[in-house]
Design a protein around this ligand. Structure first.
Ligand SMILES: [Zn+2]
Length: 352
């Protein structure tokens, strides 16, 4: 299913590019700006099994994206400035923001040098438990367990299910099935328990992953000192907020904000919802983010910014820079808004 969706997206992007249709759609769907969504920025690693590859781009693709925006005279601005332009309806110039989720160390080592080449600002959304070194990046743990295993057995719906994981294709199929199963479990606790069991069975040290990949508080503090960098919040534990009680969800938002503010000695005014899709963040979460005092909050729902985005400041849509589509030819399609418009059935705002 994921493979099919991926093929359809790729075909859609290519059709838009080759037909030139994105140029026709542009006046209708380009919007006033865009918020780009990134996770890891790092050189490509040649392993054949990389199910989380969509979450990483190479520094050269970031450079190509920034160069494309500069060549089209699009301003690259901070989230504070994007907020101001939306509130004041200052749309004289198109603008773009760069957002990076989770607080990976490669953001400092590989993304910041590229942002510096263009004097372009970015915002990194930190998870306070990740900075503590105690967070659980279960999707990476799952990848590592499947990578190590030659077969995996789990109880799905009360039945023991065995998946062969000898080849890269088998590993990918098993990962997709396990990932879908985990995300459908009733609580965050269930996900973490199942992934911990898989790691224990297949010899993966889950506790080391967070410290290996994420910036510590000391590193974040130094990183935040760069004038191009803003730090936002991405909760305490990176849960699916929609599955939490209102009290727990609000605490995830407020306490992560307070912890980051205390550690960095500066205000934290911007939020990214973990997972950020329709099943993880909806109208209740958009209201909670506002109640927790955030000026803006970004989802992972695809879309550009439009003047009416100002009425949905805690439900902002983004344009993913997806590791599976690192082709410079798609940049005009992405910045035209045609790809995200197609995805949304040509609705401009998706905040319900
Ligand atoms: Zn995240």
């Amino acid at each position: 299913m994921k493979q099919l969706r991926s093929t359809v997206i790729r075909a859609g992007l290519e059709a838009l590019y080759y037909s030139g249709a994105h140029l026709l759609l542009r006046p209708l769907f380009a919007g006033v700006g865009a918020i780009f969504m990134l996770h890891h920025v790092r050189p490509r690693d040649g392993r054949p099994f990389q199910p989380n590859h969509h979450l990483e781009i190479e520094p050269s693709f970031l450079r190509a994206t920034l160069a494309h925006l500069r060549a089209h005279d699009i301003d690259i601005v901070t989230m504070d400035e994007a907020h101001r332009r939306l509130v004041e309806k200052d749309f004289a110039r198109r603008f773009a923001c760069f957002t990076l989720d989770d607080g990976y160390r490669d953001n400092r080592d590989h993304a910041l040098p590229v942002f510096r080449e263009f004097d372009a600002p970015c915002i990194v959304y930190a998870v306070s438990d990740f900075a503590d070194g105690t967070g659980r990046l279960w999707w990476v743990a799952l990848e590592r367990a499947v990578a190590k295993a030659s077969a995996i057995e789990v109880e799905i719906g009360g039945r023991t299910t065995r998946m062969e994981t000898g080849t890269a294709a088998e590993k990918q199929a098993a990962f997709d099935r396990l990932h879908d199963w985990l995300r459908a479990l009733p609580s965050e606790h269930d996900v973490l328990r199942e992934v911990a069991a898989l790691c224990a069975r297949h010899g993966v040290d889950e506790s080391a992953i967070c410290r290996e990949l994420c910036m510590s508080w000391d590193e974040l503090k130094a990183f935040a000192g760069d004038p191009l960098v803003t730090i936002g919040a991405h909760t305490i534990t990176h849960p699916n907020l929609a599955k939490q009680s209102e009290q727990v969800a609000l605490n995830e938002l407020k306490t992560s904000r307070e912890r980051i503010e205390a550690a960095l000695g500066r205000g934290v005014l911007h939020l990214a919802y973990p997972y950020g899709d329709r099943i993880a963040a909806g109208p209740r979460e958009f209201a909670l983010a506002k109640a927790a005092g955030f000026k803006t909050a970004v989802t992972t729902r695809p879309g550009m910014l439009f003047p009416e985005s100002a009425d949905h400041m805690t439900a902002l849509q983004r344009v993913s820079l997806n590791g599976n589509y690192q082709d410079e030819r798609i940049l005009p399609v992405l910045t035209s808004g045609a790809a995200t418009a197609m995805w949304n059935g040509f609705r401009r705002i998706d905040a319900a």
